[in-house]
Write a protein that binds this ligand. Structure first.
Ligand SMILES: Nc1nc2c(ncn2[C@@H]2O[C@H](COP(=O)(O)OP(=O)(O)OP(=O)(O)O)[C@@H](O)[C@H]2O)c(=O)[nH]1
Ligand SMILES: [Mg+2]
Length: 210
């Protein structure tokens, strides 16, 4: 019996910072210089290892969609904040503070959520070096254009998933009981797959048993 962990992941950041490009690199290893702005949000998945599936919400950075974001943040386990290195350091600090404050105001993430900071567009600022910001669990410098750093981002996701599972284990005195069995959709029945939602404190993880 194989267990598939579903990890809810949310891409956050200003319009044009490169959230959709990062996801396009991660999933398809493609780069679209003329891609259009995200409307509302898009949903994608990425398998990591044999039994982890990232369920990714790529949110829209445009102000007019901001009211929707708390909905996507609900029970999120990984939050990736994307900032663009075409901005100057003051602007970047402002954005980081803005989004961290935003997350504080809409504090509906999982208890064990992790935050990854992505400095994107490193091709426009090749000498950039970061000082670790302890408000984030991990930091990566990437360029979707040149593909630099995307492999490190992938490694960072893997270790983040590991840490999330670890922190859940340490807080458990016994195996988390399934509190709710999602109705098995037609699709799942065809694959002989059961889906459970496990809950522990504020933490909710979905899990498929094949
Ligand atoms: N030079 C450079 N340009 C990039 C890079 N990544 C993205 N871009 C450019 O930035 C544009 C915006 O990227 P998107 O991924 O659409 O930005 P977004 O954050 O998803 O924007 P919204 O959907 O509006 O929130 C792209 O169309 C590219 O032209 C990069 O690594 N280097
Ligand atoms: Mg987008």
């Amino acid at each position: 019996m194989a267990i598939i962990w579903k990890i809810k992941t949310v891409m956050l950041g200003e319009a044009g910072s490169g959230k959709s490009c990062v996801i396009n690199r991660l999933i398809n290893n493609q780069y679209d210089e003329f891609g259009s702005a995200t409307i509302g949000a898009q949903f994608l998945t990425k398998d990591i290892g044999e039994n982890n599936k990232l369920e990714i919400w790529d949110t829209a950075g445009q102000e007019r969609y901001r009211a929707l974001i708390p909905m996507y943040l609900r029970n999120a386990q990984i939050i990736c904040l994307v900032v663009s290195l075409e901005k100057n350091m003051d602007e970047i600090e402002y954005e980081k503070n803005y989004w961290l404050n935003y997350l504080g105001l809409h504090n509906s993430m999982s208890k064990h959520h992790k935050k990854i900071l992505l400095y994107n567009k490193s091709d426009l600022n090749p000498d950039f070096k970061f000082v670790h910001d302890e408000r984030f669990d991990n930091t990566c410098i990437v360029s979707c254009k040149t593909n630099v750093g995307i492999d490190l981002f992938m490694n960072s996701l893997e270790s983040t998933i590991h840490n999330i599972k670890d922190s859940i284990d340490k807080n458990m005195d016994m195996i988390i009981p399934p509190i709710k069995v999602d109705s098995q959709s037609d699709n799942n029945e065809k694959k002989g797959m059961l889906q459970f939602t496990y809950s522990y404190g504020q933490n909710i993880m979905k899990c498929n048993i094949l």
